[in-house]
Design a protein around this ligand. Sequence first.
Ligand code: G3P
Ligand code: MG
Length: 247
Amino acid sequence: MPTLGPLPKVIGHRGAAAHAPENTLAGIRKAAALGVGMIEFDAKLTADGVPVLMHDDKLDRTTDAKGPVREISLACIRTLDAGSWFGPGFRAEPVPTLAEALELAVSLGLAVNLEIKACPGREVETARAALAVARDAWPADRPPPLVSSFERASLVAARDVAPDWPRGFLFDRLPADWQEQIAALEPATLNTAHRRLTAALVATLKAAGLPLLAYTVNDPKRAKTLFDWGVDGVFSDKPDAILAVAG
Ligand code: G3P
Ligand code: MG
């Protein structure tokens, strides 16, 4: 069975996305500085198959370039500025490789939720490449990262190459066959959209016997409600605000 490390109640979303550009090393450092114990980030592949941190399929929103991530090489993506869009203090912040991000998280003592965010059609390839990098970068004596994805094909591939690493069953709308899916995929956590959660739905999901994590919660009052309902942890762009009510 995969080993799931301790789950903090607050997980920095894409680093600490309200305070520093998402999915960058600056964001990871900021999350650690805010006292967060765990961070989430998104990994996808460059044209030449290298996992880098990036949420969108296109470069447009979070870099100074345009176009599909799947068509840019590692050498080219490394020349981009992934910080200025967020603020002048982050000028020339690079797009990190997954290896760099994991190494930094390890050095800062942070736990990690690695979300496999494949470009369409690259679900299996992305999971395999990300897990190969992560296996190499992550020390064997620390609880391995939680590997999550909205894409079932990525979770199956993750299980096949790293059966001993915990997986997060990530969904927006609860699939009708969710119980069959979790029986087949054997996830360690359920990760879902907080805005769809009600007390009743939390109770239903918690009956599966797995920790329940909710994204993306930036309002401390909502976080408190979710914790009161039994949600185990929340992803937040403002983890400092949520830590204040996490108890
Ligand atoms: O993994 C939780 C959350 O990050 C999922 O949504 O779109 O922010 O990657 P998204
Ligand atoms: Mg994500």
